[in-house]
Design a protein around this ligand. Sequence first.
Ligand SMILES: O=C(O)[C@H]1NCC[C@@H]1O
Length: 409
Amino acid sequence: MDLFTAFTDGSSDEKIRVIDMHTSGEPTRIVISGYPPLEGKTLLEKRRCASERYDDIRKMLMLEPRGHAGMYGAIIVQETELMKSGEADIGVLFCHNQGYSTMCGHATIALGRFLVDTTDTLLFPRRNQLEVSQDKRTTKIRLHAPCGVVHINVPMTTADSVKWHSDGSRPVSFLSVPSFVSQSGLKIQIPSELAWKQLLHRDVSKPEPDTYTVTVDVAYGGAFYSIVTAQELGFSGGLRGETYTIEDFAEAARKLESLLKPRKDLYHHPRERDLEFSYGVMIVDKSFGSTVNGKPNERSEAGLLFFAEGQIDRSPTGSCVSARVALGVHDGWLEVGNDGDNWWTFESIVSAIHEGNGFRGRAISQVDDGVIVEVDGCAYYTGTSTFIAPDVRNGDDIGKGFRLELLGI
Ligand SMILES: O=C(O)[C@H]1NCC[C@@H]1O
């Protein structure tokens, strides 16, 4: 038998099949077969099971040589407690280079399209029960993510349930779990020995201090983010400053997070202890954002996210858009309401140079635990793969997955 056929169609049950998509350049590797059933009554228990028993699969799919430093994944879960109670249609676990997250906006946008387009009812048993709005040509999917139920709205090319197909020319949107500000205007003292070059040069007119104060906001959008402006970190030219490299921003984010991560008091969730951790540092630049027909859009900003121990989001980070909109409402630069004027556009350093690829966010209602934020963006298909690891039991240690930056060179 030809090797390609043997690897892709052969009888081995150790194959893992995936469909790859990107959302503003950020990948989502959606596992469509080969992942074992997860134990646990709740989705959060299943998340623990994935991490404790099947982490070798995450490493194989996310890390090199099959993945890369920016790879991100979605594992579809067919049975969760909120599906049983009728509150959700399907479940998902999100994974990345370092572990398992609790919310992911860019992957939610990609999954919205994928779940409409797949006809595999073993993978998505309730696919044919989705309700379709005939006039808007959209359908809704209630996605049970580790942070709670996320309501996705997916545009379709036709409302005919047999032929339906997602419409990639219109954005997918989602309503996330309540988003809120955990700490605003938090002053973090950076000792001068920890300070990075740009921070050391920030307050040039003042005598050299022993510590540098950096003001940060901490907000939740399904995961907790520290949000800080590039200028506050000493990058006076913002994210586009010609003399800065990604490594300069990475160093600042890493050092700042080393002080923020241990601060458990900043990550209090009203209901769930598993959600209480720092997911990343978002460096924001309000001095540049989107363009529309080449002209600057006043209601926009750019950001660069370092998450899960230094991974860089290529997208504007949907879950952090929720957190930033909650912050905008808290600080008064955004209002609550679902009229068209409330949108704010969020760009990443990738989407900002490809017009029309940013995410938009708006706060549509106030609830007890925060605000409900609507986020929209576009995702596209990039390919499909069948992964195998026949040699890892025979000495192929590298094939189990490695992270180049952890090799200590
Ligand atoms: O869009 C998001 O929310 C995500 N992208 C990668 C890191 C976050 O989970």
